[in-house]
Write a protein that binds this ligand. Structure first.
Ligand SMILES: [Zn+2]
Length: 291
């Protein structure tokens, strides 16, 4: 990926300071600097986020080329997410055996939606990437270009909303949850998949290993199990369950082996602890219900 998004490398990037999205506190402690951006921890609730960050307008512009640079071949994304999508689809089928209306926010190329469509669900998707939207449309999917702010879905439209590796990108995740809550039907379900980078960065820094794993300014939030629960409760979601929920399959063999090792370690420890132990640093799937 090129470096045009790095702070200081592009004179047009205006930065804005924001208070903590969860508790509103403005006091923070610096964790590290990556790609020229400050990663901070809120002194009020422990939420880890990028501050200051580019404005929403600039971020929208940066996302125009994001997907092509991150994922050159759409089918690689399908392979990367195969296990996660299958596990999510199974969980949703247990809850909604007859299917229902599903919205995939940040649906990318639409691979999860096409799986759900085959299972008889009414599917709807949205994404900020033109490339992704036209690809998904070309596969016969009902997908719209835009953000939750641009596209106003009707109140109580969906049984399920999903966000796979999207929530960490959102400039205002609390506002997004409030909008998702509005468009979900009563007792509708939200399913999120998020990474958890802070524990990995902490371990690497013990060994003096430099990295850009926080991936700013694309990833703006890093949710721990505690902060994801806090923000969901603040947005009036209930029955929150966090599960390990599968392992990604990166194309690089080395990264795949590391991911598989820690993914399996997470799965086994989760299973042996009857769902009580969530290995820090591995991505989690979170399911919550509209109250
Ligand atoms: Zn806070």
């Amino acid at each position: 990926m090129n470096d045009h998004y790095k702070q200081g490398a592009h004179s047009a990037i205006n930065l804005q300071h924001v208070p903590c999205n969860i508790c509103g506190f403005s006091e923070e402690r610096l964790i590290t600097i990556q790609n020229g951006y400050r990663i901070v921890r809120c002194k009020g609730c422990g939420f880890v986020y990028v501050n200051p960050r580019p404005t929403a307008e600039i971020l929208k512009h940066l996302y125009l080329s994001y997907l092509q640079e991150k994922i050159e071949d759409p089918l690689l994304w399908d392979a990367y997410m195969k296990d996660i999508f299958a596990r999510a689809a199974d969980a949703l089928a247990r809850r909604f055996p007859k299917g229902g209306d599903i919205l995939d926010i940040g649906c990318g190329y639409g691979f999860f939606l096409s799986q759900m469509k085959k299972k008889g669900w009414q599917t709807c998707g949205m994404d900020v990437s033109e490339t992704a939207v036209s690809y998904a449309k070309g596969r016969g999917l009902n997908v719209t270009l835009g953000t939750l702010e641009d596209i106003k879905h009707k109140e109580s439209s969906f049984d399920v909303a999903t966000l796979f590796y999207v929530f960490e990108h959102l400039p205002d995740p609390l506002k997004a949850l409030q909008e998702i809550r509005r468009i979900l039907k009563p007792n509708g379900l939200l399913l999120l998949r998020v990474p958890h980078t802070t524990p990995i960065v902490r371990v690497l820094s013990l060994f003096g290993i430099k990295n850009n794993l926080y991936d700013p300014p694309f990833h703006l939030n890093d949710f721990s199990p505690a902060t994801i629960k806090a923000i969901l409760r603040k947005a009036d979601f209930d029955n929150i369950h966090i599960v390990i929920g599968g392992v990604t399959r990166p194309s690089s063999m080395l990264v795949r082996c590391v991911t598989l090792f820690f993914g399996l370690l997470a799965e086994v420890s989760y299973f042996l602890s009857f769902g009580r132990f969530l290995l820090p640093g591995v991505a989690k799937t979170i399911v919550a219900e509209k109250r």
